[in-house]
Design a protein around this ligand. Sequence first.
Ligand code: NAD
Length: 487
Amino acid sequence: MATPAGARSMGEDRQSPPRMDPFEDTLRRLREAFGAGRTRPAEFRTEQLQALSRFLQDNRKLLQDALAQDLHKSAFESELSEIGISLNEIRLALSKLRTWMKDERVPRNLATQLDSAFIRKEPYGLVLIVAPWNYPLNLTLVPLVGAIAAGNCVVLKPSEVSSSIEKVLAEVLPRYLDQSCFAVVLGGPEETRRLLEHRFDYIFFTGNPHVGKIVMTAAAKHLTPVTLELGGKNPCYVDDNCDPQTVANRVTWFRYFNAGQTCVAPDYVLCTPETRERLLPALQSAITRFYGEDPRSSPDLGRIINQKHFQRLQALLRCGRVAIGGQSDESQRYIAPTVLVDVQEAEPVMQEEIFGPILPILTVGGLDEAIAFINRREKPLALYAFSNNNQVVKQVLARTNSGGFCGNDGFMHMTLGSLPFGGVGTSGMGSYHGKFSFDTFSHRRACLLRSSGLEKLNELRYPPYSARRLPLLLMAMEERRCPCTLL
Ligand code: NAD
């Protein structure tokens, strides 16, 4: 499907001419639904989450085909990283929704002993979710699960780049969700820019840091809170004390998964020259075992999303020296699983996020040098350390910063809904997954319900002020002084 000239909302006639403000009607409709309280009841949220689950199950084959068309994604990878993970997220939200929604009672001070104090998890209102193309289903639907669970109305803006999934989301998803509360709008950078001129109550953006700044600048005009799920270069330290084949198997899988187009993939390996020499044959062996002698014919290896990214990656293949792979085929947008060595820090492959099946190995003198290397760069989204010595892994963890961390494996940490997923610094702000998604899309409203009687107790605080009453009042307001556990 070609990128539309003007944006359309889901369910709208694809042939209708673009209007002056193509979003106005849709946004008004959603705001009215939120104002009427439609999305607030737990029953409504449950129904919508169940409908979302049905959408995934009824259209599994259609979605797998669309992912194969966009990214040559295998059914295995589609299930694992797109459909299954979204269903998992829905299951968790459905089972925990009422617990998450419950008011949270909080301790009181003496002055409020007879009152009710709690945190209400309140929906923000109208939420905008803007998604990228690399996991086009997962990164659209997983945030949506959190936004629905938290009781919001949602505008979804999938990536125009993964056009097959965009089409399914625009044409099929509306049949499942309540259209007065949820809309899919289509478009590229220009339409998104126009969309961002509108006021939202929360914006959840996944994409690159440059566009993240555009989103945050637009949000600042309305003081709209944002979550930014961004990218960067994820380091992977490999200690001398390791089993090279085990490390190579794990690194190969998560570097070349989705043809390397993964925000949490290891962007480069840091190790000593000795470990590099042990790793190279092990990496070659893992690549051959996973993708065969000719990875081009492997059904399990993805393709680069478009010509623009293919050309960008072709240029990166000229950095350093190709030790493994390096072949490409423009007609298929195929790039072989590649390992580069002798790469200089100043070369382009070390200046930008690679986002493709290319893995540079840089050599360092040891752990301290690797940590210094990591710490003089931007804080990454994920950081990996491999060692048979737990102390080494713990040192890397203790002396660096990153959005997430995994010792002795790849992006397995992000499969846990019990861990927040998000970046820090230029790799993003805020987090989601599981309950963290619910919290992200909920305002924590501070509530105190006081008695309308017992006015005598308030005399302490009223003018004319008395120096004698002040210490008493201060004491009554101190939480830790509260002696009464019965009330
Ligand atoms: P992108 O930033 O180009 O696009 C993301 C979304 O923003 C798309 O919907 C696109 O239409 C819109 N957009 C693009 N340019 C825009 C502009 N100038 N103004 C307004 N909107 C614009 O990102 P991408 O290329 O789709 O995805 C790759 C990037 O996303 C990588 O940097 C990757 O690391 C990052 N990413 C991060 C995560 C994460 O969870 N942290 C996950 C996946 C991808």
